[in-house]
Ligand binder design. Sequence first.
Ligand SMILES: Cc1cc2nc3c(=O)[nH]c(=O)nc-3n(C[C@H](O)[C@H](O)[C@H](O)COP(=O)(O)O)c2cc1C
Length: 207
Amino acid sequence: MQPLETRTDYTHGQLDVLDVLDSPLEQLQMWLSEAAEANILEPNGMTISTVRQGMPSSRVVLLRGLDTGLVFYTNYLSRKGTDIASNAFVAANFWWAALERQVRIEGKLEKVSAAESDAYFASRPFESQLASAASPQSQVVERHVLEQMVTDLRATHVDSMPRPAHWGGFRLVPTYFEFWQGRKARLHDRIAFVLEAGIWRKERLAP
Ligand SMILES: Cc1cc2nc3c(=O)[nH]c(=O)nc-3n(C[C@H](O)[C@H](O)[C@H](O)COP(=O)(O)O)c2cc1C
């Protein structure tokens, strides 16, 4: 069978308005924990879509914090970083195939505080610090030039380095969530959360 002709029937679970928690952030935390327990590779990997001048662009980043929003870290001068500087509205997506679950999120990004970014950067392994400090993310580069940049940086630091100003966190402050659970015969469950006057309203959407 050709991969493009594959048809999977989803039978893992089901979801009702009454099943989901009243807080979508807590519901996401619960599903993330269940994805981790299911030994899914990078359960906190999420696709972030930015839009610049009407043109969308997507890539995976790792969720590193979940509080009033969804926190991830990146290079502020990257393609996504400069997209966000011109338009802070983004969409995010998780897909956990083994659990037959998808989560869609929409909202606005804000930079996390410098202190929060400093603390997270300091918690990273030295090699990760070097790579993210040296890499001119999203720029055209030769592999040997990139490796030389890391070597040069390693020569001037021992086992840690300060966070460079071009690298730090963003917090996605959500205004919309959708929790999707695959069901039999394409009659999937979709429970949406819409923020209205500070209150999350839940509703079922047609698959
Ligand atoms: C599983 C996975 C996790 C990733 N995590 C991050 C991350 O946390 N931060 C980041 O900047 N890039 C991360 N990346 C790389 C991005 O997908 C992307 O290649 C990079 O950020 C440059 O994107 P841009 O040119 O659109 O800015 C990850 C990629 C994968 C596949």
